[in-house]
Design a protein around this ligand. Structure first.
Ligand SMILES: Cc1cc2nc3c(=O)[nH]c(=O)nc-3n(C[C@H](O)[C@H](O)[C@H](O)COP(=O)(O)O)c2cc1C
Length: 189
């Protein structure tokens, strides 16, 4: 419970790269996530390269259509740098990113991918590594260059990116745990 409550979405990173051994542990956590039907269909591609992570982060933000948000903000309750239209890198300078792919025609592809993402961010928190789940995944790779990357990484053609997990070290203070809205839990006996 302490781990769950101390995880925060971090949007400012130092240049320090994470150790490969830590990345492998985080990927292993993702690999052991619950998955629909026990099919283990999803796959992860880890970019342990700050320059390439930045490049994909810029592709990610370029595809951001703010008109798709419900209102002007990602969250009115939690004003965030993601609402800053001058931010160009959707990965906020994190030196590592894991792209999570799933079979495009599988009905539980999104659920599978986000179960992986949650396992990964919790494992990262335990290791003292900052993280954030990032969306707008499929469209990030829709350009010719994006498609070329997927080929280079041997992502099967019937797979699409569902989300990203960015990883690195926090630049600044840990945010406070946000209070929870009331009325979101009911127990029926
Ligand atoms: C489905 C989903 C998509 C998200 N997409 C983004 C994103 O694209 N960019 C971002 O900065 N944060 C993204 N987040 C992180 C949320 O904004 C964050 O979890 C929320 O503001 C609560 O803050 P906390 O994670 O620090 O508790 C996403 C989270 C989820 C679950």
């Amino acid at each position: 419970m302490d781990l769950i409550k101390s995880r925060h979405s971090i949007r400012k990173y130092t240049d320090q790269q994470i150790e490969r051994a830590d990345l492998e542990k985080i990927l292993e956590a993702g690999n052991f996530a619950p998955n629909a039907g026990g099919g283990q269909r999803s796959m992860m591609v880890a970019i342990h390269n700050a320059e390439l992570a930045k490049k994909i982060g810029i592709m990610n933000m370029a595809s951001f259509n703010r008109a798709g948000l419900l209102g002007a903000y990602v969250s009115k309750d939690q004003p965030s740098v993601i609402d800053d239209p001058t931010i160009k890198n959707g990965f906020y300078g994190a030196p590592t990113v894991v792209a999570i792919f799933a079979q495009s025609n599988f009905m539980f592809r999104i659920a599978d991918a986000f179960c992986i993402a949650e396992n990964m961010v919790l494992q990262a928190t335990e290791l003292g590594i900052a993280s954030c789940i990032i969306s707008r995944a499929e469209v990030t790779f829709s350009s010719e260059e994006g498609q070329r990357m997927l080929k280079e990484w041997n992502v099967p053609e019937n797979y699409t990116c569902q989300c990203f997990v960015i990883l690195g070290y926090i630049d600044g203070e840990q945010p406070a745990t946000k209070p929870r809205k009331p009325g979101r839990i009911k127990i029926v006996e």
